[in-house]
Design a protein around this ligand. Structure first.
Ligand code: NAD
Length: 454
């Protein structure tokens, strides 16, 4: 789908009119296109700031350097060169006065951050900080408000700002986060918080060695949209991908699998025997599976008063019951191997609710609860379970919306434009890598910091 407003802005004949009307001028977002890169931050200048007594700065510096960035420890007032990345260790902030470190770090830097720049802040985990009292916990939580506001101030330049709540013992699990949140992959992920813990044991593989060779991945709803982009992205990183979709989508499914060397599987995930069938096939053909992406989802929008029972049931079955049944079959039979990954596709409708989507929003909110509840149950096997909640992503699903609703959805975010399926695929793929072992039970939005439900 083309972004008409962007086209009009770039056209010399119409650009002046668009600006005179005060309409947004969405920035061109930098995107990652290839597969895994060893040094994605090569050539980037990264400013590293720290609060006194923080415990994450050393690890953040190492991770930035390992990814190829030039790490600066101070800004020189005379020097006017742009900076691409600002990373701050705010884990030492435990009193209101210590929050001043945020102002001191960002006030001089903010105007010097380049377009498509990145901000990543590490703060103490409020739950852990509560051990030192309510004020320490509240101070840690305050960093979130700062980071989200920064994202809103910087979004028009395509700059993203995200926050990692880091438990003290888990500071050495930040490499993967730096790799993702400071790189181009995070282009449509902003204003998010991720909690990094020791809940899941570290995998045997080196965290960021070429990431997914030898891994077997299952992606449902893979024929088009976010599912197709995810299958493609996982395959780029070396995974063998089993691509599931309904028989009616077989032509698209076959074409995708030809392109990425994947295996097509025509299956309605909501069919009564789909879960055992899938488990049996994975064991027979691959001996198990390492990655499961529950992407298939449907909308059947109607206000509640006009919604018939069958419409409610259909959405509940595909978007929630089928996922629970498949995981039950894969986990109880240990078909999902140790160090496995489960990613569920939630939605901002699940975060904020949406008019005409009581059925859909119920399922998408349920998935947020599901990953939080399942994560501790499977942690001892090294399995991480997370949800990704897309905002407005340019796919066939949103093409069905009425024009005005679609245009509002597309603009009501900090970067003033819709995301691409690839943007969601990047986050899903990151969560499936060994390097994401510190992240489980989280829901992360890919919404350009949508203003709805923030
Ligand atoms: P899409 O409609 O373009 O593609 C969904 C795919 O799932 C289709 O190929 C469809 O055939 C398949 N599918 C549907 N029912 C199935 C079933 N019973 N068994 C197997 N396959 C089935 O959707 P999309 O926009 O790419 O969205 C993908 C996921 O992301 C969905 O779960 C959706 O709810 C979620 N999401 C999307 C957006 C967005 O803006 N596009 C926003 C929030 C959440």
């Amino acid at each position: 789908m083309t972004d008409l407003l962007k086209k009009l802005n770039r056209n010399p004949l119409t650009g002046w009119l668009v600006r005179a009307l005060g309409l947004p001028d969405p920035v061109d977002l930098a995107r990652h296109t290839g597969g895994y890169q060893a040094q994605p931050l090569s050539g980037k200048r990264a400013l590293l700031c720290r609060s006194p007594e923080g415990y994450a700065a050393g690890q953040l510096a190492c991770a930035l350097a390992a990814d190829g960035a030039t790490v600066l420890h101070a800004l020189h007032a005379a020097e006017q060169e742009r900076i691409d990345i600002v990373v701050m260790d705010a884990t030492g902030c435990s009193t209101p006065a210590q929050l001043r470190a945020l102002y001191d770090a960002f006030h001089p830097a903010i105007r010097r951050i380049a377009r498509n720049g990145r901000v990543l802040i590490a703060a103490a985990d409020p739950a852990e900080a509560a051990g030192a009292g309510a004020v320490a916990a509240a101070t840690a939580r305050g960093v979130e408000g700062f980071c989200r506001s920064l994202g809103k101030e910087l979004g028009r330049k395509g700059i993203t700002a995200n926050l990692a709540y880091v438990q003290r013992e888990a500071a050495d699990r930040l490499d993967g986060l730096v790799h993702f949140f400071c790189g181009k992959q995070a282009t449509y992920v902003s204003g998010q918080t991720v909690t990094v813990t020791m809940q899941v044991k570290a995998p045997n593989a080196a965290p960021f060695a070429p990431t997914l060779p030898g891994k077997v991945a299952l992606v449902t709803g893979a024929a088009r949209g976010i599912g197709a982009a995810t299958a493609e992205r996982l395959a780029q990183d070396g995974a063998t991908v089993i691509c599931v979709d309904v028989p009616a989508a077989s032509a698209d499914l076959d074409a995708l699998c030809m392109r990425i060397g994947g295996m097509p599987l025509e299956l309605d995930i909501a069919a009564p025997d789909a879960a055992p069938q899938l488990a049996a096939l994975l064991v027979e053909r691959f001996g198990g599976v390492d990655i499961v992406v529950h992407n298939a989802g449907i909308t059947r929008d109607k206000t509640l008063g006009k919604m018939d029972g069958a419409t409610w049931d259909t959405v509940l079955n595909v978007n929630f019951a089928a996922i629970a049944a498949i995981d039950e079959a894969l986990l109880s039979g240990r078909v999902l191997r140790d160090d496995g990954r489960i990613v569920c596709l939630s939605s901002i409708s699940g975060v904020a609710g949406n008019f005409g989507q009581t059925n859909y929003a119920t399922t998408k909110a349920a998935l947020i609860g599901y990953v939080a509840a399942l994560a501790p149950v499977v942690a001892s096997r090294g399995i991480c379970v997370n949800a990704v909640a897309p905002g407005f992503i340019e796919t066939a699903m949103v093409a069905k919306m009425p024009f005005m609703t679609r245009e509002l959805g597309r603009r009501l975010n900090s970067v003033q434009q819709g995301g691409l399926p690839r943007d969601v695929a990047e986050l899903i793929t990151f969560l499936c890598t060994p390097g994401a072992h510190g992240i489980t039970g989280n829901t992360i939005r890919v919404c350009g910091q949508g203003l709805i439900g923030a």
